[in-house]
Write a protein that binds this ligand. Sequence first.
Ligand code: DC
Length: 216
Amino acid sequence: MTQIFTIAIDGPAGAGKGTLARRLADHYRLNLLDTGLTYRAVAHALLQVGLPLDNVSAAETAARQVDLARLDRTVLSAHAVGEAASRVAVFPTVRRILVEKQRDFARTPPGAVLDGRDIGTVVCPDANIKLYVTASAEVRARRRLAEIESIGGTADFAEILADIQRRDERDMGRADSPLKPAADAHLLDTSEMAIEAAFLAAMTIIDDALAKRNKA
Ligand code: DC
């Protein structure tokens, strides 16, 4: 039987989990899925045709049409799409459709790194490694501001912070699959840690688990 290896990465928006997931997928030669893009794709489909984000049946149809091989990060990475994604993500039926696709992806050899909000708790509860990557809301807001400024944009720190706090509240407060660390997740607080240090810390955790697995 082919052994599948799964790394689940969860955490709030802007904590650095996307970069970490990419680095780990490269290093361990695993497939990579940013599950946030699947919720963004649903939100984007509704926004494009001007449908309200609480139109559940339209959101379900859009969710069924999501093709994991055709998620366009350039289109979906817009800030407004992320905000809208967080709104459609509260609907259990939409989640069920997307989670099925995410599980199929995770089952594909040789396995995958998946990042999102409910990977360790719901999508892949049996993942070999679970990481919960977090950082204070202030640090995440400062990083986002620096990112915007680095491409010549301007933004207001207080507005970004309020935005992040609102998104955290919605993602952590929803009834279905709220953002929270799995009981067996390793916590990585990147508030005072560069992404390289977070990558090294994650590698230590993963290599330990691999060594134990090979000994067993
Ligand atoms: O990670 P992101 O910012 O691209 O995610 C956008 C929104 O999608 C996020 O605010 C909540 C939702 N989401 C979710 O509910 N579950 C996931 N596994 C991933 C994202």
